[in-house]
Design a protein around this ligand. Structure first.
Ligand code: SP5
Ligand code: ZN
Length: 345
């Protein structure tokens, strides 16, 4: 299977994030992609740099003013004060209910709040290049499938599934899975399914496709009543307008073990099969691993192999996109187990 890297991933390297009022080193860091790449290439994956530009798909899944902001944000931050090169900007105010989000403020931190869903998604000097490189990897995986390859894997970071039409959040900036799905549509796929197995609900992907019937979104994740992203991911979110019936959420309580998780996976896969899609995009979060520092499920290597094998049985051209997973040292092995399960089935 072709493994697309993101040559610019390590430029997104913010120092720390907030955790219970303290600053702690970022869970989402460059070592993650290094571990995944090392393990997948050791297992015989054909490593390749991105071959396609994601610009056309990006313009259809994200708002122009959000893309313009993200691309220029670090320059704007430095323009406030050259000493900001060593300072992380964080939003501190957000346009919640009753406040206006249609007017872009002139103040940089206010603009950062407008385009963020949380204060847990730090920007760095290389954020745009890294996010764009990941989106290009996703577009390249889509092209590989359109050219007839059975599957492709994007070993990229930062992740993408929390990034919505016009906001960043949950360590995500550009929605790689949505880019892959949209690139498949642009390349002629009539129907696409996105299956999100990250521990956290893929609120951004859901939002991007919520009123569309051509892209099905199915997710199994920690119950948002207690788990990030908290404000989306409930079972009664089923799609709107043309997209009614094309969104399926399977929230599971924190602490859910392998058996119940595999049962939910079966429900999710049957929904994907019923969509009669031309291609599948898997938002592959590995923070469902029992040893993950921020996820609350207990999956082990065997379940990752079973996940891969079950996905294979769907019989669809499949693009895997790495999302979360923060047990860095084990991340590569867990990714390998998914792909070995897929390739052995
Ligand atoms: C892509 C992805 O997995 N994003 C996750 C973003 C989660 N951000 C909030 C992290 C808060 C950490 N909470 C730790 C709870 C430990 N019990
Ligand atoms: Zn996650």
């Amino acid at each position: 299977m072709r493994i697309f890297t993101n040559p610019d991933q390590s430029g997104h390297n913010p120092r720390d994030e907030f955790y219970r009022g303290q600053r702690v080193p970022c869970f989402e860091n460059p070592t993650r992609a290094d571990h995944v790449l090392q393990a997948l290439s050791a297992a015989g994956g054909a490593v390749a740099v991105p071959t396609h530009d994601s610009a056309a798909a990006l313009a259809q899944v994200h708002a122009p003013r959000y893309l313009a902001f993200l691309q220029d944000a670090w320059r704007q931050w430095l323009a406030l004060d050259a000493a900001n090169a060593n300072v992380q900007p964080f939003p501190s105010v957000w346009p919640v209910r009753t406040l206006r989000s249609d007017v872009e403020p002139a103040n940089f931190i206010a603009r950062l709040g407008l385009y963020s869903m949380d204060n847990g998604t730090p920007l760095a000097a290389g954020t745009w290049a890294a996010a764009k490189g990941g989106a290009d990897a996703a577009a390249s995986a889509a092209q590989a499938l359109l050219a007839g390859e059975r599957a492709a894997f994007c070993a990229t970071r930062p992740p993408g599934h929390h990034a919505g039409p016009d906001f960043m959040g949950g360590y995500c900036f550009l929605n790689n899975a949505a880019v892959a799905a949209q690139a498949l549509r642009l390349g002629g796929a009539q129907r696409v399914a996105v299956l999100d197995v990250d521990y956290h609900h893929g609120n951004g992907t859901q939002a991007i496709f919520y009123d569309r019937a051509d892209v099905l979104f199915v997710s199994l994740h920690g119950d948002p009543l207690t788990e990030y992203p908290f404000y989306l991911g409930h079972a009664n979110e089923t799609g709107a307008g043309e997209g009614a019936g094309f969104n399926l959420n399977l929230p599971l309580p924190a602490g859910t073990g392998a058996a119940a998780w595999l049962d939910a996976l079966e429900v999710a896969c049957q929904c994907v099969a019923a969509h009669r899609a031309d291609a599948l995009v898997v938002s592959l979060g590995l923070d469902t691993f029992g040893g993950d520092p921020i996820g609350g499920f207990g999956l082990q290597q065997g379940e990752f192999a079973r996940l891969g094998a079950r996905l294979r049985r769907l019989g669809l051209p499949t693009a895997f996109v790495l999302e979360g997973g923060y047990a860095s040292a084990e991340l590569g092995h867990n990714a390998c187990h998914v792909l070995e399960g897929f390739e052995a089935a």
